[in-house]
Design a protein around this ligand. Structure first.
Ligand code: DGY
Length: 324
């Protein structure tokens, strides 16, 4: 007797590297390539699924899990961050949740430096200046910015990505690295690159550049607000490749406008895909549309890891990267 195949609901098109692992093992449902399913659409999209593979823009709560049905076994998030998934609701329903750690570390760390150098060396502003026909002659004080070498880099959140950013800063740019992660000390990293654990206040007051690498939790929401921005050096540059709500975006826009800090590089926004309109007018901010992990390599590996998690769990085996 032939058994019917389990349904895997992939909310948006992901790279083929992951899709092809499913081969003809499952009934595959793939959402649109260019837009996020609306909440109501998502409820009907997941109906009957044994596995859901959502993106970070899909809120997966108890309602969605119930709409899928009792056969739902796994939600395999296509992201390392999982603030879009209600873990308590999953636990209650015995649904396994997985994410994609490790495979995007390099991509995001590289992007943090891409933003930092772009802000420091005023790359976007320079490009606009040139295209506007304003480059008339070479001048000693045209479009100056800070050098990275020898400066103090403050890392907030010392997970995989924060640690990699610390290494690149110290080994690649000769920066002094200080870090804050709820009192955690990483003695190996300290030894390897001469990094030092510090208080949050020390990070804010002593850093020339601050890079955020914390997950979004109730404790980290608005970790950086008006008071913290005012505590930073006037010459400071803030980089956020973590989650938008970690920064109070309206306060940041005001701080950039009034030169409370020197600049910011943002890959994430408080109410994505929207962003605070005031940011649009400012030359001292460089923004990208949540593309820090957007390398061919990282996105393929994310697809492979999410697919492998699903294949394992639906075969009755342990997931590779479970979130608990
Ligand atoms: C993640 O994985 O959490 C990023 O924000 C997107 O790659």
């Amino acid at each position: 007797m032939s058994q019917s195949k389990s349904t895997v609901a992939v909310t948006n098109k992901i790279p083929d590297a992951g899709i092809k692992l499913f081969q003809d093992k499952f009934e595959l449902k793939i959402g649109p390539t260019d837009r996020t399913l609306k909440a109501a659409e998502l409820l009907s999209f997941v109906k009957g699924a044994a596995a859901i593979l959502p993106l970070l823009g899909n809120k997966i709560d108890g309602r969605v899990m119930d709409a899928a049905g009792k056969q739902l076994k796994i939600v395999a998030n296509y992201a390392v961050g999982y603030d879009n998934i209600d873990l308590a609701a999953a636990k209650k329903r015995k649904v396994i949740v997985t994410n994609t750690p490790g495979v995007l570390t390099e991509a995001v760390a590289e992007h943090a430096f891409t933003l930092l150098t772009a802000v420091a060396r005023r790359i976007v502003e320079s490009d606009k200046f040139l295209r506007a026909g304003k480059y008339k002659s070479w001048m000693p004080e045209l479009l100056l910015g800070p050098q990275l070498q020898g400066k103090t880099l403050g890392i907030i959140g010392l997970g995989r990505i924060g640690s990699r950013v610390a290494e690149i800063g110290a080994l690649g740019y000769g920066m002094k690295v200080i870090y804050f992660d709820r009192g955690k000390k990483d003695r190996e990293l300290d030894k390897k690159i001469g990094a030092e654990a510090a208080s949050l206040r020390k990070i804010l007051t002593a850093s020339d550049f601050i890079s955020l690498h914390v997950p979004l939790t109730p404790q980290t929401r608005h970790l950086i607000g008006r008071v913290e921005l005012a505590t930073m050096k006037k010459s400071a540059i803030l980089i956020n490749t973590s989650r938008g709500p970690v920064v109070d975006e309206v306060a940041l826009a005001a701080a950039l406008q009034h030169k409370v800090i020197w600049g910011a590089g943002l890959d994430v926004f408080e109410f994505e895909p929207q962003f605070t309109p005031a940011l649009k007018k400012l030359d001292n901010v460089v923004m990208t549309p949540h593309t820090a992990s957007a390398t061919h390599e990282a996105r393929d590996e994310m697809a492979i890891l999410a697919a492998k998690n699903i294949i394992s769990v639906l075969a009755g085996q342990a997931p590779l990267t479970e979130v608990k």
